[in-house]
Design a protein around this ligand. Sequence first.
Ligand code: ASN
Ligand code: ZN
Length: 327
Amino acid sequence: HPPASQGIITSPLQQRAAPTAPATDAVPAGVPAAATPRRSVHDAGHGTSLPGTLVRSEGEDPSGDVSVDEAYDGLGATWQLLADVYDRDSLDGRGLPLVATVHYARDYDNAFWDGRQMVFGDGDGVYFDRFTRSVDVVAHELAHGLTQYTAGLTYVGQPGALNESASDVWGSLVRQWVRGQTVDEADWLIGAELFTDRVQGVALRSMAAPGSAYDDPVLGRDPQPAHMDDYVVLPHDADNDNGGVHINSGIPNKAFHLFATALGGHVWERAGQVWYDTMTTRGLVPRDVDFVRFADATLAAARRRYGGTGEGEEVTRALRAAWAGVG
Ligand code: ASN
Ligand code: ZN
């Protein structure tokens, strides 16, 4: 039997919706002056047809529906971070419109990227609040689009766990960026605003302490490992979270946390830049990359950007220690 806690991350709807669309060729061209995001937020009205009814387009005033406006703001924050820090115009580097749907289905305890757009449930109201409440969850789903347009990591086994981890990395980057936090001020949590008071836990996942985010009589226990000694081997099928992609992502998540906190300062500066370069430099990571090759690729990306001496030495030393720290 899979761990009980998989129930909250693997629903039948979600299995259909796993982000498996093929990588698309796109050459990042930088952000034109005065470029803005091109957002649209839709309302599924508790149905499952996508995208649903358009309720807020780019530049329009807040709708008054908190889910709509949180989604709109979360898309905006993610677009702005990519533009301001990494000189990238949207997910494809070419101004791709950002489409989201809220109020998807009833009591839906998840959010997902379907290969073209983001979708958010309202939560069941008993254990989960609406999924737009955490900006890092909005950014996580969007980042599945970024990965699709860049590294195109296969959504199964180790490349799948790296795909999931990359989404958590972007989620936490956006969370820290909108709050203006340093790596030491940050909570490194994913989904800290989603649980109701009834749940014994702080968030869906913790990048700083994978495995410790929740331990609840109904939801079970956070199943994430933080080290290769605890890697969870599961069959590579949809009933088993595609080989535990939301479970083993704890390992690269912890590596990123170790790397970023060793460097200090703002996560989006050097740590985020190395991950961004690793994911977006053409040919650096194959779609079926495993953890070891991905770690090598982060080192190659760091050397390419920061050189082999001075700052480059500091960054690559922190990187090697981080990957060694997770085995
Ligand atoms: N919330 C999950 C995720 O973004 C949904 C899924 O697995 N498709 O990974
Ligand atoms: Zn995900």
